[in-house]
Ligand binder design. Structure first.
Ligand code: NAP
Length: 309
């Protein structure tokens, strides 16, 4: 493609290597033009120690994609926006709700696109679930998001530190789907956060939420699950019973399998980023991060045994 937007990628960790790099190869709207990484480089691409060095040396970049941990993301995003670049943020979009609101204002003032991504919303069955629930009365919702942190996040220190979200790092994916598919807003009534005594962030959390029309939503997030992993959202309504499994990749309606499709989440995110840029729009939905912030506001803390990788 002749008019591919030159893009700079920041933070060459797990998600950048597993998803961003292969997706960028598949989405012709962008051309990976530079990398900012404290430790790594990619053959054939200009590499810089940090985003400031990259922005200074690569004035032709049109867009920046941030794949770093949420703590510290604000300064990187603000630098890119001030330099007039369109910016795509990994989830969660920041370490706090208010810093992302500030970024959104900055993007508006600069006249550039800010895209706070929620990759799980791009899972194959999410939009069909949303369509099924659009006219329904919700009776109850049950979320089970249980995985093995040692398998998925080996050696990652930032997830256990303040601002790292702990088990809400995957749990916010469930909340991003929930806030997309339900026809009504939800809010937490109470939360129990289990925090390892050597960590700042929870290893497990139980949330009781409610829709604005009074339907109960129970959510259980647990990072101690070995064996089969569970990423399910089960919605009972006055009409169809909707079950999303495997993080939104599979849909069952009244017990019957309806959708099962391959993962194209990050390709869809980059395609959407390109559409937003072309349309001169921003997409910053803070609802999932707000729910996590509210869980931290309301949550009772229970100390649990120390966590060791
Ligand atoms: P990661 O493996 O720890 O990689 C993050 C990268 O960010 C590091 O490799 C490092 O890259 C850079 N970085 C800059 N400052 C850092 C700091 N203070 N501490 C640690 N790394 C720092 O993390 P990740 O799993 O890729 O997650 C990054 C973001 O993607 C998070 O917001 C996460 O929620 C999201 N995400 C992760 C997954 C997943 O399955 N892992 C899935 C979806 C979304 P350099 O060494 O190149 O500077």
């Amino acid at each position: 493609m002749t008019h591919a937007i030159p893009l700079g990628l920041v933070g060459l960790g797990t998600i950048a290597r597993n998803q961003h790099l292969p997706s960028l190869e598949d989405v012709p709207a962008f051309r990976l033009a530079a990398i900012a990484s404290r430790n790594a480089s990619l053959d054939g691409l200009p590499g810089y120690a940090d985003i400031d060095a990259m922005l200074a040396a690569e004035p032709d970049l049109g867009a920046v994609s941030l794949c770093t941990p949420p703590q510290g993301r604000f300064a990187q995003a603000a630098a890119a926006l001030r330099a007039g670049k369109h910016v795509m943020l990994e989830k969660p979009p920041g370490a706090s709700v208010s810093e992302v609101m500030a970024l959104d204002r900055l993007a508006q003032a600069q006249g550039v696109t800010l895209f706070a991504t929620w990759h799980s919303r791009e899972a194959a069955a999410v939009e069909e679930a949303r369509a099924l629930l659009a006219g329904a009365t919700i009776r109850r919702v049950r979320i089970d998001w249980k995985e093995d942190v040692r398998h998925w996040h080996p050696g990652q220190q930032w997830i256990w530190q303040a601002g790292g979200l702990g088990v809400f790092d995957p749990g916010i994916n469930a909340l991003s789907i929930l806030t997309r598919i339900l026809p009504d807003p939800v809010f937490p009534l109470s939360a129990l956060l289990e925090v390892p005594e050597n960590c700042q962030a929870p290893i497990a959390a139980r949330l009781s939420l409610q829709t604005s029309r009074g339907a109960p939503v129970e959510a259980e997030f647990d990072w101690r699950q070995t064996g089969p992993q569970t990423w399910d959202i089960h919605v009972e309504t006055d009409g169809p019973e909707v079950l999303l499994r495997e993080g939104g990749a599979k849909l069952f309606v009244d017990g019957a399998a309806r959708i099962s499709a391959e993962d194209r989440e990050y390709r869809r995110l980059y395609a959407r980023f390109a559409e937003l840029i072309a349309a001169g729009q921003r997409d910053v939905d803070l609802a999932p991060l707000q729910l996590v912030a509210d869980a931290f506001l309301l949550g009772e803390r229970q100390m649990t045994e120390p966590f060791h990788d």
